[in-house]
Design a protein around this ligand. Structure first.
Ligand code: TXA
Ligand code: MG
Length: 308
């Protein structure tokens, strides 16, 4: 607690991915987050709060649908972009008059927030543009020389970042696909408008192409075999949904869900990308998944990690 009051930045597990967290009310701490992550200052951070009651300390003019979504999904993997109160720093929100807010459900993160009298500003604990971390080891590999404290909460349970929504009056707009599917949102608030394309202004950096990229050339395809033929002289890694190809030309194969289970595939995706990224391969070929429900999120992540 003291170290967060003293403007330290630390890594904390959440149910989605690990945080690089600091006092949201301290410009010193917030600047450190941007600096450690190498994140451009135009790219705003999520402010994490401890309770729905606390929301009125950071945001105003809260639409009814935001209240409904908060009741249904908080604590949890939903981030809402709302009108900010003036004391929320422009550095956190990158000059926007909105603030992105979430209550995490991970017991460690939530307990920590409850003991603090300020919210925590936190992006995912990875260098800007690289794969999000879902274990303390991933964070350590990224930041071993410039982060003193990593709280180890094991593997993140929900494995994929929060879903981000904003509002136009009371209309709900989806900015970033995430752990909570659009179908689940629509069950609570009716029609949700999609604004996740790269050609709209990148309000959420999850929307920037190649934001989740491994350092090696990565391709997303319906036809993995064709790519293996095409690049057979290279050191190939493949990520498959549920069935092994057992092709001897492939150096390393990852099957992300042997029993064809949606949640398992989502959970294993980042770990598979992290592992393949370290194997000295020439290319990674990933199989496109059915475009439905949470699969949409996974395809979106793979699409960003790959060449199109
Ligand atoms: O699950 C998660 O959301 C994880 C964990 C760490 O909480 N966080 C995460 O943070 O993915 P980050 O910083 O990688 O992505 C936060 C997203 C960005 O796309 C950012 O642009 C958007 O939230 N965002 C933050 N403030 C915003 C604002 N005022 N208006 C619009 N988008 C905003
Ligand atoms: Mg991120």
């Amino acid at each position: 607690m003291r170290i967060l009051e003293d403007n330290w930045v630390i890594a904390i597990p959440t149910e989605t991915v690990y945080w690089l967290a600091g006092n949201a009310y301290s410009d010193i701490a917030v600047k450190k987050i941007f600096q450690i992550k190498g994140r451009p200052l135009y790219n705003p951070l999520i402010v994490h709060i401890k309770s729905i009651e606390y929301l009125k300390q950071v945001a105003k003019d809260i639409p009814d649908n935001a209240k409904k979504l908060a009741k249904e999904f908080w604590p949890g993997a939903l981030t809402m972009v709302l009108s900010k109160l003036s004391h929320v720093s422009d550095i956190v929100t990158a000059g926007h008059d909105t603030v992105a807010v979430r209550i995490p459900s991970h017991p460690l993160a939530l307990e920590l927030l409850k003991r603090l009298d300020f919210p925590l500003a936190a992006p995912s604990a990875n260098p800007f543009g690289s794969i999000s971390p879902t274990s303390a080891e991933h964070v350590n590999r990224y930041f071993w020389d410039n982060l003193e404290i990593i709280l180890d909460g094991g593997l993140c349970e929900r494995w994929i970042e929060s879903t981000i929504v904003g509002f136009d009056q009371d209309t709900v707009i989806l900015y970033r696909h995430g752990s909570i599917s659009i179908e689940s949102l629509e069950r609570v608030v009716g029609k949700v408008i999609l604004k996740t394309k790269d050609d709209v202004s990148p309000t959420a950096p999850g929307m920037l192409s190649r934001h989740y990229a491994p350092s090696i050339d990565t391709y997303l395809t319906d036809n993995v075999r064709w790519y293996i033929e095409r690049f057979s002289w290279l050191k190939i890694g493949i990520i498959l949904f549920n069935q092994s190809l057992g092709d001897s030309r492939v150096t390393h194969e990852e099957v992300i869900s042997p029993c064809g289970n949606l949640e398992e595939a989502a959970r294993n995706l980042y770990s598979a990308l992290h592992r393949l990224d370290r194997l000295g391969l020439d290319i990674i070929i990933t199989e496109r998944l059915p475009d439905y429900g949470l699969w949409k999120t996974i395809n979106d992540r793979l699409g960003r990690a790959t060449k199109k």
